[in-house]
Structures are given as C-alpha cells and as structure tokens.
Design a protein around this ligand. Structure first.
Ligand SMILES: Nc1nc2c(ncn2[C@@H]2O[C@H](COP(=O)(O)OP(=O)(O)OP(=O)(O)O)[C@@H](O)[C@H]2O)c(=O)[nH]1
Ligand SMILES: [Mg+2]
Length: 364
C-alpha cells in the first residue's frame, strides 16, 4: 500500500501555519492533483482553525486537550481515520503554536514507529519574516517579563524553515531574516514564502512533493525549561449562537471584538486571537496577532441574516480567569451592540499545564 506523506508544520502562535497549510492544500490539489487532509491541534474544544479548514473544503481532524505529543495515540488515530476515509496523498499536521520538542516527541517517534504507513517529510517550521529577530532572540525563561525561549527552540528543531508573510517585508528585512536563521540553524533549508501573495509557494510545494524525508536527530531539550513560559500564555475558547434580528454586519462585529481585546491587553501580551463568524449565507474570519488585526477570509459578503455562530479562540499572556472575563465581555457586548441576541453561550479558559509526552527521544 502507498504510504501517506506526513508534513508537520510547526511554528509560533500566529506565524502563519494555518494560512500556509490551506494555500499548500489548494495548490497541491489544483496543480498537481494531490489530495490533502489536515490535523489541527489545540487545548480548547472549539477551534477556529478547524472551522476555517472545513469552510475551505479541506478534510480535517482535530486533536484537542493538549499537544500531539501528549495525545500521540489519538494523533495516530486521527491520521488513520483520514487515510481510511479519504486516502489523502498528504496529511498536514499543525501542532499548537507553543509546542516544544516536536522533533523529539512527534516527528522521530512517527518515523520510527510507523514506517510502513507513513512517510515523514522534514520538519517544517514557519516563521513570520517580519518577526525573525524577535523569534530568534533567546531570552531567559527564568526572568520575569515574558522572555521567550520557545520560538527560537522551535526554529532550532527545523529541517526546513519557511520564512512567511514576505509580502509584508522589504528585501533588506528578508535578507536579514534569512541570514539570522541560516546562521543559527546552518543545516536547515531556508525558504521564503507568502501564503497571501503566492510568492515562493511553488518552491514549497516542490519540497512537499519531493522524496526528502525527515532525518534530523532529536534535540530532546528538557521540557521543564519551557514550563514557566508556557504557563504565562492563557487559553480561551468560546462559542456563541446568535440571532441577527434582521441583518448583522460581520465585519463590524469582529472589529468591535478585536478592539476591546486589543485595548485591554495591548500587542505585547497578545499571542493570537481569532474569531470565525458563520451563517448559512455569509462567513468571516478575523485574526489579531500582536497589534495587527487582519481579515483572513470573507464569504458571501459581510452581512449575515438569521442564525449565526461565533467561535473565539485566544492565547494571551494573562491569567485564565482574567482572559475569560475580558473575552466574554468583548464577544457578548459586541454582539449586543449590533442588535443581535445571544441564544447560547459557552466558554472555557485554561492555564496550560506541563505536557507529558508519550514518547520522548533525548538528544544524542
Ligand atoms: N500578509 C500576510 N499575512 C499572512 C500570511 N500568512 C498568514 N498571514 C496572517 O497572519 C495571521 C495568522 O495566521 P495563521 O495562519 O492563523 O497563523 P497560525 O500560525 O496558524 O496561528 P496559530 O494557529 O494561532 O498558532 C492571519 O491574520 C493571517 O491572515 C502571509 O503570507 N501574508
Ligand atoms: Mg493555526
């Protein structure tokens, strides 16, 4: 039986993993006739990324409640279920943006344990090219003030680094980003891409379709090093069913939500806040990464009528109880301001707990 090729697409919160996964899936299908399925991963129980993939017609499974590494069996089950249902040529798996030791606890076990079923491509790590300096700056996790070790650790695990969002930066910045990454991870292949503008996408597709497989030894960094940093990034997941009472402007509604969140926390504390609004005739997705809000997709126009649903996900540097209050208020008050009423509201906020990888290959 033909093995399914696995692409693991890691990278920090908001780096552009989901957007790139979707762009790759489209190009692989349209230009190469390849079918692609996706596995999403997060802590919460209602994922914007999953809704967005489904909306775009991609076959998707999700692993909830923690990283692929601590739910490894479920991760494999999801992959097998995709294979059984749709026989995709390629599965793209997107780990949580704060995942660490992806090589040690996902990629290497996958390539060692299931060689008959899965072919594992080199580990791809997505880096926002406008944030390369910040990503590679290795601050100590022991100091207070939110120093970050995780983004740089992720890049050190990479076999292929995808510097994305190149449409946002000029040539000098991109050259600098390439230089920093290449000097820190000399053995990695560094590629520049824009999922939005399509620049460099064909080269990434070629790499996806190549026969290159993952071969890098696990770094196996002690996960305790990252626990303080992980614990500072609270999680929120909320869903609301609303009745538009006439028409509701989805763009206006999402801007209101993001404005409240942005004004409350400021860009420094915001990892990624994302919102999907859907009705039978229209849908919209908006993202706030740091202080930059962007419409990621709009279908059927900006106005919705009748019943709508909202999914709000957030990773913010704040205690979960605080995040929950702010997010609920942001979503509820914004909905009410548009004249719509809320029929059902459910949410949860979680403080990340240390991961417990099922498999862990220590560095050699
Ligand atoms: N300009 C530009 N924006 C992009 C590009 N790729 C992604 N973005 C935007 O960056 C934001 C985050 O993108 P996502 O793809 O959701 O990022 P992610 O890495 O999946 O985020 P998490 O799953 O939360 O970790 C969205 O607003 C995207 O539209 C790109 O190539 N160019
Ligand atoms: Mg994503």
């Amino acid at each position: 039986m033909q093995r399914t090729r696995f692409i693991i697409l890691g990278g920090y919160l908001g780096a552009g993993k989901t957007t790139l996964a979707l762009a790759l899936a489209k190009q692989l299908k349209e230009r190469h006739g390849k079918s692609v399925a996706v596995i999403t991963n997060d802590q919460g129980n209602a994922l914007v990324d999953t809704a967005y993939m489904k909306d775009s017609g991609v076959d998707v499974r999700e692993v909830l409640g923690g990283c692929f590494c601590s739910h490894f069996d479920e991760f494999i089950k999801s992959a097998r279920s995709l294979v059984n249902m749709g026989r995709p040529d390629i599965i793209i798996a997107e780990p949580i943006g704060t995942s660490t030791n992806i090589l040690a606890s996902v990629v290497v076990p996958l390539r060692e344990m299931y060689p008959e079923e899965f072919e594992v491509a080199p580990l791809f790590i997505v880096v926002d090219s406008s944030k390369a300096m910040e990503t590679m700056a290795q601050k100590s996790s022991f100091g207070l003030g939110g120093g970050r070790m995780i983004p740089s650790h992720q890049v050190h695990e990479a076999e292929v680094v995808l510097l994305t969002k190149v449409d946002k930066v000029d040539g000098d910045i991109l050259d600098m980003a390439k230089g920093i990454v290449q000097s820190e991870v000399p053995e990695a292949t560094v590629m520049a891409v824009s999922a939005k503008a399509g620049t460099g996408l064909s080269e990434v597709v070629d790499m996806v379709l190549s026969e290159r497989t993952s071969s890098k030894a696990a770094l196996g960094v002690d996960n305790r090093l990252f626990s303080t940093e992980k614990a500072t990034m609270g999680w929120y997941s909320g869903t609301a069913d609303l009745d538009a009472k006439g028409k509701v402007d989805l763009y206006d509604l999402s801007m209101r939500v993001m404005r409240v969140v942005g004004d409350t926390y400021g860009g420094e504390r915001i990892g990624h806040v994302k919102l999907v609004l859907e009705s039978s005739s229209a849908s919209l997705k908006m993202s706030l990464v740091g202080d930059s809000a962007q419409i990621d997709g709009i279908k059927g126009g900006r106005y919705a009528e009748g019943r709508c649903s909202a999914i709000l996900n957030a990773r913010v540097m704040a205690p979960p109880s605080d995040i929950r209050k702010v997010m609920e208020k942001a979503l509820r008050s914004s909905i009410e301001e548009t004249g719509a009423t809320i029929a059902v509201y459910a949410d949860s906020a979680i403080e990340p707990i240390p991961e417990n990888p099922v498999h862990f290959r220590s560095g050699q």
